[in-house]
Design a protein around this ligand. Structure first.
Ligand SMILES: [Zn+2]
Length: 137
């Protein structure tokens, strides 16, 4: 996890900290809502994929576009599934977010992410969702 020092007392804090745990100095204003964009890998091209908000158990995106766009009001833990919206809704109703932990992460309003897929020897492949500076399609 990224760390920052409190500018007032120097305590080492998690980057997301809103207020210093030692001296209560406000580090940042609570972030406002914004659009998140996530680029899917080539392997998912033309297949329906969905982004689920697992904090609030709702679908944020469903479609076949290369870049998913959706609004979140605050940092949100998402779960990506390579399925139809109908199947995603079943996953939401059963709270089945545990099978692919690499497809789950916290995203922040206004940030860009890239979903990558790397095949592995066992044929299962390995996913990562990384924050990126720009999205090239
Ligand atoms: Zn402090």
């Amino acid at each position: 996890m990224d760390k920052v020092n409190c500018p007032n007392c120097g305590t080492l804090l998690a980057k997301e900290t809103l207020r210093c745990t030692n001296c209560k100095y406000p580090l940042r204003v609570k972030s406002a809502g914004g659009i998140v964009k996530i680029k899917s890998p080539n392997a998912l091209r033309l297949r329906n994929w969905c982004v689920i908000d697992i904090d609030h158990h709702r679908l944020l995106y469903s479609g076949t576009e290369r870049v998913a766009e959706f609004y979140i009001a605050e940092p949100t833990i998402i779960y990506i599934v390579n399925n139809s919206a109908e199947i995603a809704e079943k996953i939401i109703s059963k709270r089945e977010y545990q099978y692919l932990p690499n497809l789950r992460r916290k995203v922040r309003p206004g940030k860009l992410y890239a979903l990558s897929y790397k095949p592995t020897a066992d044929g299962k492949g390995h996913h990562t969702i990384d924050e990126v500076d720009a999205i090239y399609v």
